[in-house]
Write a protein that binds this ligand. Sequence first.
Ligand code: 76R
Length: 248
Amino acid sequence: MSEAVQTLEGWYALHDFRSINWASWRYVSKEERKEAIEELQQFMQDWQSVENDKLGSTAVYSIVGQKADLVFMHLRETMEELNELETAFNKTAFAQHLLPAYSYVSVVELSSYMAKPGSDPMQNPEVVARLKPILPKTKHICFYPMNKRREGNDNWYMLSMEERREFMRSHGMIGRSYAGRVKQIITGSVGLDDWEWGVTLFSDDALTFKKLVYEMRFDEASARFGEFGEFYVGNLLDPAKAEAMLAL
Ligand code: 76R
């Protein structure tokens, strides 16, 4: 049996994708819509306060295309907190006009392929900051779930630790050439959701997502072993932009 790589886990993650039921939104009175928008903005501010207190982080984006209209990406210390905030949001007036589109439950993960042997990563403040990251508020987000293949000669889980480390080294080199242009958050979801990882990318230039993901497709870690789910891409939504988006 190959040795499992040690992983470090940080905050739990919920990616909550919703579609707007425009027909029902249009149907309610102007006053009700105004109140619903104010309540949504209050929720966004409350999530910001949690982030200011470093007890979690939230990013809200509008999604382009028909797969969803909005994503609420929440990071929290516990699964219970994710569940509570999801339920509290579901009780708002605005949520009565939302339809579930997709959701993903995972936990921020760092693997130790590249860790220096003998060092305690939790003593490294950079590592701790990456496990509990404040989500960047870049102009764009890209999310997709992925697996590592388990088929014939391309079975990631049958490779030795050394082979996997070499693949991840090469993968990391490509990633690093995008430093400053893309921030990636890898969340692990084995045992938590339907895929093995969630990949969330943040950038001020949506084209960078295409360039990075395309370049990685040629790298063996992705070319041989990567299996991908649906891609979601979106634009940053702040309280003012949310109001503009929901105006009729
Ligand atoms: O933690 C590190 O920075 C070390 C190097 C590294 C690891 C171990 C790293 C760097 N990643 C690691 C692990 Mn990654 N990553 C992806 C995707 O679309 C695709 O083809 C793949 C989706 C992207 C875009 C990406 C970006 N990475 C992983 C793992 C876990 C593997 C395991 O444990 O078996 C997955 C699933 C995964 C997928 N990666 C980087 C990036 C970028 C941009 C970097 C450089 C980060 C930096 O150095 O700042």
